[in-house]
Write a protein that binds this ligand. Sequence first.
Ligand code: PEP
Ligand code: MN
Length: 360
Amino acid sequence: MENNKNMRSWLNNFELSHPLVIGGPCSAETEEQVLKIAHQLKDSDVSIFRAGIWKPRTRPGMFEGVGAIGLKWLQKAKKETGLLIATEVANAAHVKLALEHDIDVLWIGARSTVSPFIVQEIADALNGTEKIVLVKNPVNPDLALWLGGMERLYSANIKNLGLIHRGFSSYEKSKYRNIPEWQIAIEVQNKFPDLPLICDPSHISGRRDLIFDISQTALDLNFDGLMIESHWDPDNAWSDAKQQVTPSKLIEIMKNLKIRKQNNLEEEYKSKLDNYRSQIDVFDQNILETIAKRMKISNEIGSLKKTKNVAVLQNKRWKEVLEKMVIEGKEKDLSSEFTRKIFKAIHQESINHQEKIINS
Ligand code: PEP
Ligand code: MN
């Protein structure tokens, strides 16, 4: 991927002193709605106005977008406000229509990135375009699928590329609609250091009260921009109502975010430090979640032992586990003393849990 050196150039063209912001409703609903929101976002940090025209919905029967007519509304919004316009494309026919209507930014949605056939079809339809093309991560946490999508677009000679991180779906319930899995975004950033990386806190959170914190984390992790869904009447939006914010709320979010600039050594130092600390926060969170999951399994074992009236401590098994971890820890440059301490603490917590269960 040697031709990715100047990829940030399209971002530089915006000449911004703040992160790039893509704002606008989840879906275009009516011409009035599109124009009203575009005007409310006109004098804000938003440079690109988004609205979905074709909506990929997980279940049939939901609002599936207004279709091609919405492209005309977007054009009108651009003409009246000067904002660039963006929409999602999910097949060759969408691409053709979007290009005919001179849409500036085309993004590939998470449900499309999962399918190499679809991505290839879109890449072929976009071949050689000067338009900005943004690729959302696939719905499932599969870095290779995301990278493969980028490779298909590179091969179609698309120069103005970027990435959108919108989180990953999971079977397990969490406070997020789509779990951020920040380490995947960090990896993708390491793989494509010259590609603009944009965070979509709306689809990560699924709820508007989390958007600020997710955006701040993204900026601390050196993301280049944010895509935030915004509607003049969020609660009555035809899609994704819970996660949309009013234009004035979007403006307030942008005002309160701490933007890390790298314009002098002190700032650069602070920005690097914040970046590393944010990465550490991500891993700490993962450690805690993994331990909590381990404890749940251990509780199950406690219940099993109770039915069979077996002792909590199975010394032989515990010694085997510990020795195996010490060896693996050494391979990962962790001292045996440290590994022993950690696993003894985890084991003790496990015993405490099982004791409680057995004696309940
Ligand atoms: C959207 O941006 O409205 C959308 C459908 O997003 P995603 O592909 O991330 O689900
Ligand atoms: Mn949406």
